[in-house]
Design a binder for this molecule. Sequence first.
Ligand SMILES: [Fe+2]
Length: 246
Amino acid sequence: MGSRIENVIRTAVHTFATKPNGSLVNTNINHNLNALRQLLNEICPNEDLGLSRNSGQPRFPLNLFTSRTAPVSYMEIFENQTVSIGVFILKEGACIPLHDHVGMHGILKVLYGTVNVQSYSPVDLPAQTNSHSMRQSQYIKARRFPVSCISEKDSPAMLSPSDHNLHTIGTVGGSASFLDILAPPYDPDGTCGKIRDCYYYADVGEGGPCNSEIRLLKRTSCPSSFWCDSLAYGGPNIKHLHQEFH
Ligand SMILES: [Fe+2]
């Protein structure tokens, strides 16, 4: 039996594997997503990912905050054409600005600390969910949802290709980290056939006359306050999975 993170990777690849036409191979996605959520609820950051706790600050991963200058660090665990799996580590006060996941599934499991997630869903479906048409526009309309406060005790948060797939993620009361699964992964160069880059947005006001939760989002450059450096994965050996699934 493999490690818990190996089980997560195998289940994610199984869940999100696609046919050449882009449809999912395994059609019972809700069943598979539930299995994935249960596995993520059992993940132990220390044992399963090599993220240990600092004895002086028991809620923080050891050695990940003290010497780093970037507000956010990313530890890639696994990536192929089907999924990307990694851990984001946010310093206290850090916020990942409003960005999109057009056409993607996403799962976010908080490992340490607490985050606030402000999510939006594009409206005027289906045209806006078509990544090409959405990407041609500098403005999109989106429904804004109440902020979700998610801690390590909570089950994973989900986003789908059409719902909750724009969001900001910020820390609450200290540093935080979360495991992130995206399917399909970003593909800024279109290496896998279709460009999927990450765009940033600003909420510039109401997008409808009577409903303030319909917001107008303007595409922006990445805010200078946000940048991300990378950390090496230090968990159980999963090299064989890179060979098996590439
Ligand atoms: Fe995101």
